[in-house]
Design a protein. Structure first.
Lengths: 639, 582
């Protein structure tokens, strides 16, 4: 979350000789990151990124506090000027609004009545400051609440006192189906369990910590106001804000649990500004209900742990100094032999600092990450077996690249209509509940839809494609995570069945598996595109990566070509397989030529023990010819 | 080397002494001497004279042969040697010889003269070697049928030409051979020498042979007979080699500076009228035994010139059968495919981490909410979850399924394997409900997890530093900034210094760098593994610590300086016109 901090406003609470660019550099290295600076009317405005755990520094004062701890480490003088809270002349009479929070949804509620205000535009200095931080000035009362939020870090609200006709505020959870209209005149139906203020008659008069409602908000007619600061349960704020989609600055702060101590600072600051600027008068005693005072836990952390996590030896004295500067109290433990610090964080860090590692961070960042040396790991190496699939994936990808194919990478999600088009089961798939676009709804159970659509898009500017993708598909498993299977898909334009098949066989060859292509995938045609799909996961499972040595034959082979006349719609595959197994001396059989009904086979006979003579080959040849005729009706072509 | 001359010109053996006439006059072919002793040893005679012109074997020079004739006998001297400091003529005897008898001695002059020339040639070669390779130390020499000089040290065999050239310069100068020959062997050394160097005739360095610490330089001179036979244009292999090399040099220069069309240029340097062709024809001038080595040189020179012509690109090949071909036409390329840039990035990242012991692992993309969020210290409805725009498969019920929005879902899964230490790199697809120039609903992350005893922030910095230097280049570096994640404590944002301005934020021309935020680019989230996460993975945070980080693969790749990729959506466009650029 980002906040704008004008340098002039910051220096109201920070006395330092550091220049704006020094502040930017030093804070970015050790604290909140000042992402950029902007010059506005002779002032510098910092754009600061504050991390979600550091709501305490999400304000002018919070930033001054950080700067005061960090800048001296870089040799600058820096001192935090504490809030000088004016003593406000409270009236003796108690606030005549009945505030009830029986379930203690709020850790603290402070309120005060200001009457006879003169509503109007704020003075120029205040307007300018709000403009610099990006807040549009409205009227003096609203501006004051915003100003206080920026300065102290605690959101602050103002009711039109006279609109609180029932003089009652009850803190409760909303019921499902209740309605309310926020101050920007939007009507909301509540989900239930949001924190609301009730006027005692069942009417919602505020969405506390998030946004005011139209029925109690400051209007042009407002004469008397009730300044109101509640520090409520962050979980409820988060729930209400996210559920209704109302993401105000107040909600962003309140859902992170600002320090209830600051609530007091905020109301006093608001009161003094209101009397000053609107000419109003304080009409009540300050109401302060504070059941949720935070008790920061004391954390014990040893010197060894601190330095061993950071990786550099830091003196004990330096550690104490750093922590003290950040507002932590540090005591040395007398019990333990080892040097141990008993560290208690200040109230504004009580939710953020809870474990020893948090103390490590505070010491390390102020000491300076840039002062910690760089070291490569020295420990023993893990003894683990590398996942063979990565190596295979690389092997396949590199081979395909070198065979002239280009890799695509499509989205894992496909559309509902793609699911339909490819007859994929929508009921047994992983469907995204909150898709970003209707293009990306189902986790794909097949690479085809996305891959083919990517190919088709390329066909508008290219006509000869050779592409592939090796990615996961998500196989459905009921009540469980998907089976993430790695699949290779290769696409070629036109009918290139044998090329695709050969490619598949070549890849199978790498894995050394004895099975045929259809055990791992298929070659198919989609219109003008030929596709090869192979399950890489299965191939890896069956892989036999170690090649076995067979002695190089000492004796020359006998090689001959036999041409057969084959019947119509003849399948040569099974015949080749059968002939290969027909005799141990048949070393290999390949299809040499195809012409009309003639198939020429190239046959190699080999005996590893001796030279083959024609006499040796004759009976084998006869067996092959007989087999071809008997098994598949292929007749030797007489020459 | 036994060197009789070191004791003067007389040898003493008791009362016997031999005057060594060959030392004072190596051209003396005949001499009258007196027999001091004549004894039969075995089946041959041993004769000792008061003075002799017979050279005994020594100093690398073979002994002389010849005749000794007395009144009643005739001796064929077969071999002469020094024994116990006297010169012994070993011979066969026809008739008888008497002690004290005066005899006429004649040496086989042609053998002697040839030996002298070989010997002198050896000294000349040595002088030449000293000029070419002064670092060598002479050890011994042999001037027999295959003469050589042996040195300590080594010599490249291509020095033969230089040595031969220097040696023949000495021969040509016709210097008197009363040479000072330094530390090799002082002159006279007991061997016989020709008077003038020209008498030696052309010297050929036949071979340079390196063996262990030694090198032998073999040489040869022309025999007197052959000298008469061969023509004036006789060339040694080394000479022709030298000529060819000169021609090659000239040809290369011609090619480099030529503006001729390719075919003419080729004719000029390799055609039948070229110097190269002329040189090649001169191979017939080289003794047949040495032509093979010259042939090798010819082929090499031709190859070198051909290569230079090819490099010169204005070259067109003439193919006698096919006729002309246009060599400027594009070549036939092998098929060219492309890996997706995400695959390329993943391969590179995997390699880099492998080298420091991080092994790639695989974890689900569609995962339980527990692994994606809850086990990472993010309870349901935690505000921190807002950072992840998550796709839900089923948000109802206890078992919620999400498309993992980060690779961190592998952290607790990896810990659950129960093996420590852990050095994991998990690279996988992630999904977030976002699409704009820097977001696509599907993208890739790589997650590093290191859990061991004593893991510190310094290790995290070390690994990051290592990675960016490997992936982006040696002058890139990182910095950590405080950040917050629920599953790490402390947490960091990792920045890398901008590759354009190298972290300065300002370009050399003084302008602000437009690529980066003040010199740094945000890269990744990281931190020390939160103790809750360690416990969820069954690891005791009191004993072990660790760090984790997660980076976007596409972003990491796009940030490489020269990709010029500015829209992540292009990466998933699947447009081949894009993919084929990588």
């Amino acid at each position: 979350m980002n906040i704008k901090i004008p340098d002039s406003w910051l220096r109201e609470y920070l006395k330092t000789n550091a220049k704006p660019h020094d502040i930017q550099r030093c804070l970015s290295l050790c604290g909140p990151s000042i992402e950029r600076t902007e010059a506005i009317n002779g002032d510098v405005v910092y754009d600061v990124e504050v991390t979600t755990n550091r709501v305490d520094s999400f304000s002018i004062y919070g930033m001054a506090r950080e700067a005061a701890a960090i800048l001296p480490e870089f040799g600058y003088k820096a001192e935090l000027k504490p809030f000088k809270l004016p003593t406000i002349s409270q009236k003796q009479q108690k606030l005549d609004i009945n505030i009830l929070d029986t379930k203690q949804y709020c850790r603290r509620i402070v309120a005060i009545k200001i009457s006879h205000i003169r509503l109007g535009p704020s003075p120029q200095w205040l307007r300018t400051r709000l403009e610099k931080v990006g807040q549009r000035p409205l009227n003096n009362i609203i501006d004051i609440t915003n100003y206080v939020m920026w300065e102290t870090g605690h959101p602050c609200h103002a009711f039109d006192y006279d609109l609180l006709k029932n003089k009652t505020i009850i803190v409760r959870e909303a019921k499902r189906g209740e309605h309310m209209v926020t101050l920007d005149n939007k009507r909301y139906a509540l989900r239930g369990k949001e924190l609301v203020f009730d006027d005692g008659k069942g009417n919602i008069i505020d969405l506390p910590g998030i946004m005011g409602t139209a029925n109690t908000v400051i209007t042009d007619q407002t004469k008397n106001v009730l300044l109101f600061v509640e520090n409520s349960d962050p979980v409820h704020i988060r729930y209400g804000s996210m559920g209704l989609g109302i993401r105000t600055q107040a909600a962003t702060i309140n859902e992170k649990g600002p320090d209830p101590e600051t609530a007091y600072t905020a109301i006093v600051r608001a009161t003094s500004l209101a009397t000053e600027i609107t000419n109003g008068t304080i009409e009540s005693k300050l109401f302060d209900m504070y059941p949720g005072k935070m008790q920061p836990a004391t954390i014990s952390v040893s010197h060894t742990k601190l330095t061993s996590h950071i990786g550099v030896a830091i003196e004990a004295k330096r550690i104490s100094t750093i922590l003290n500067k950040l507002g932590f109290s540090v005591k040395k433990s007398s019990k333990k032999e080892e040097h141990t610090y008993m560290v208690t964080p200040p109230s504004w860090r009580s939710t953020d600092i809870t474990i020893p590692e948090d103390i490590v961070e505070e010491v390390a960042r102020i000491y300076g990450y840039h002062n910690i040396p760089s070291r490569l790991p020295e420990g023993e190496l893990p003894l683990i077996q590398a996942d063979p699939e990565f190596r295979w994936e690389e092997e396949i990808k590199i081979r395909l690249r070198d065979w002239g194919y280009t890799e695509l990478l499509t989205y894992s999600m496909i559309s509902e209509s793609q699911m339909d088009e490819f007859h994929l089961d929508k009921t047994s798939s992983y469907k995204i509940e909150n898709p970003l676009s209707e293009e990306w709804v189902h986790m794909r159970p097949s690479l085809r839809p996305g891959f083919l659509s990517a190919m088709k898009e390329n066909l508008s500017h290219a006509n000869d494609l050779r592409v592939f993708e090796l990615s996961k598909i998500y196989r459905f498993r009921k009540g469980d995570l998907p089976d993430e299977e790695d699949v290779l898909i290769v696409g070629l334009t036109e009918n290139r069945f044998f090329e695709a098949k050969g490619l598949g066989e070549a890849i199978l060859g790498l894995f050394g598996t004895p099975c045929a292509l259809d055990a791992y995938g298929s070659v198919t045609r989609e219109g003008e595109i030929t596709l090869l799909e192979l399950s890489v996961t299965k191939l890896v499972r069956d892989a036999k990566p170690i090649k076995k040595y067979t002695p190089i034959p000492k004796y020359p082979p006998v090689v001959e070509d036999l041409a057969f006349i084959v019947p119509d719609r003849f399948e040569i595959g099974p015949l080749i397989l059968a002939l290969k197994q027909a005799h141990p001396l048949v070393a290999s059989i390949t299809l040499l030529d195809v012409h009309e009904d003639t198939r020429t086979l190239h046959i190699t006979y080999q005996n590893p023990e001796k030279n083959l003579t024609n006499e040796d080959v004759i009976p084998i040849r006869e067996k092959l010819i007989r087999l071809a005729k008997d098994e598949s009706g292929a007749i030797l072509k007489s020459s | 080397m036994t060197n009789p001359a070191k004791r003067g010109f007389l040898l003493y053996n008791g009362e016997n002494m031999t005057e060594l006439v060959y030392l004072t006059d190596s051209y003396k072919k005949e001499l009258t001497a007196k027999i001091i002793s004549c004894e039969k040893k075995g089946n041959q005679w041993e004769i000792v004279l008061d003075k002799t012109i017979f050279y005994p074997e020594g100093g690398g020079q073979p002994s002389d042969k010849g005749e000794i004739i007395g009144k009643n006998g005739r001796v064929h001297v077969k071999h002469v040697r020094l024994r116990d400091d006297i010169v012994v003529h070993e011979a066969s005897l026809d008739g008888t010889l008497a002690k004290g008898e005066a005899v006429e001695c004649t040496i086989d002059w042609s053998l002697r003269y040839s030996n002298m020339r070989v010997h002198s040639a050896g000294h000349i070669v040595h002088e030449a070697v000293k000029l070419v390779a002064p670092q060598l130390t002479p050890i011994k020499a042999a001037h027999g049928s295959k003469p050589f000089i042996q040195y300590g040290g080594s010599l490249t065999i291509d020095k033969n030409f230089a040595i031969e050239k220097e040696a023949n310069v000495i021969v040509e100068k016709n210097v008197p051979l009363i040479l000072t020959v330094g530390d090799f062997s002082p002159m006279p050394d007991g061997g016989t020498q020709v008077k003038e160097s020209q008498e030696v005739g052309p010297i050929t360095i036949t071979e340079i042979e390196n063996t262990g610490d030694h090198v032998r330089v073999y040489y040869r001179i022309e025999t007197a007979q052959k000298e008469a036979e061969v023509s004036a244009e006789t060339l040694t292999a080394a000479q022709l080699t030298g000529i060819l090399l000169d021609t090659q040099q000239d040809a290369l220069q011609t090619i480099n500076s030529s503006t001729l069309p390719a075919d003419q240029l080729r004719l000029t340097v390799l055609g039948s009228k070229s110097n190269f062709a002329k040189d090649t024809r001169r191979i017939t001038d080289v003794p047949p035994a040495n032509r093979q080595s010259v042939g090798i040189v010819i082929n090499q020179v031709k190859k070198t010139i051909e290569e230079a012509l090819l490099r010169n690109s204005r070259f067109e090949v003439r193919n006698s059968k096919e006729g002309w071909i246009d060599v400027t036409m594009p070549g036939v390329k092998p098929p060219e495919g492309h890996l997706h840039i995400v695959t390329q990035a993943i391969m590179e990242i995997t390699r880099i981490f492998e080298r420091i012991g991080f092994t790639r692992v695989r974890h689900p993309e569609v995962d339980w909410d527990w692994y994606a969020f809850e086990s990472l210290n993010m309870a349901k409805n935690h505000p921190a979850r807002d950072e992840w725009e998550t796709f839900f498969i089923s948000s109802k019920g206890v078992k919620q399924i999400v498309l993992t929005p980060h690779t961190s879902n592998g952290q607790v899964r990896e810990m659950e394997k129960g093996k420590l230490p852990i050095r994991m790199i998990n690279i996988a697809k992630c999904y977030r409900r976002q699409i704009d120039v820097s977001h696509t609903p599907m993208f890739h992350q790589f997650e590093g997890l290191y859990v061991d005893k004593g893991v510190t922030i310094a290790h995290l910095k070390g690994v990051f530093d290592y990675f960016v230097k490997q992936f982006y280049g040696p002058n890139r570096t990182i910095r950590l900034r405080p950040f917050h994640f629920q599953f790490t404590e402390p947490s960091f944002e990792v920045d890398i210094n901008c590759g354009i301005c190298l972290g300065k934020g300002i370009l050399p021309n003084g302008q602000k760098c437009r690529l980066c935020k003040e010199g740094w680019l945000e890269m990744a989230g990281s931190g020390m593994v939160h103790p809750v996460v360690l416990r969820n993975g069954g690891i005791d945070p009191e004993k072990y610590s660790g760090f984790a980080f997660g980076w976007g693969v596409e972003r990491a790749y796009m940030m490489k300086n020269d990709t010029k990729l500015d829209d992540i959506r292009l990466i998933y466009s699947n447009d081949l016109r894009f993919l084929e650029q990588f």
